[in-house]
Design a protein around this ligand. Sequence first.
Ligand code: GLU
Length: 201
Amino acid sequence: MCGIGAWQIVDREIDPAKLATILLRRLSIRGRDAAGLAWHQGDGDKPETYINKADVSGAQFGRFIDKQTGETGICHTRWATQGDPAYNVNNHPIDVEGIVGVHNGHVSNDDQLIAMCKGYKRKGKVDSEAAFAMIAHGPRELGFFGRLQQIKGSAALMWINAYGPNRFLHAVRLNGSPLVFGHTAKGSVILASTKYIVTGK
Ligand code: GLU
């Protein structure tokens, strides 16, 4: 029962660092084994992607949040199902060669999925890595949705692409895992596992 969150802010109407701090604190109730965030920085054609994560709770993570956190980003609090949080490679956001993502749920066929990703060498033991490996490296002939359909278990996934267009936030919900979408009148969007985490109510 991890917690996931994401934001895309327009016209600087919300401070992303403050928002990430609030989301991570609220998300803590869904898992305290680790916390982390990733964001795009820079408005040009070549944004940089940053990842910060550690095996502390989302509430404790507040002091690690960079004031320069960008206006498009994702965050996670972990309730580990598989893969020791003491090894940061198992914590989220997970970077599979530029697909940088967070997952809520449990993928039950992770070994099979990794085997389908020819040439991909697994870096950690967390099941979630297999879902992002499928997105980045799964058999092209299946198509994007065909690759997602191979994932068994439960999953809400959100990711940013370090090599893709700037300010793109990707989100999919497969079986079972909740995901709520909110937006402001100006068009900033906030996504998270539950309504309370998005709205504070
Ligand atoms: N299975 C993933 C992990 O162990 C996600 C955990 C969860 O959603 O509870 O990190």
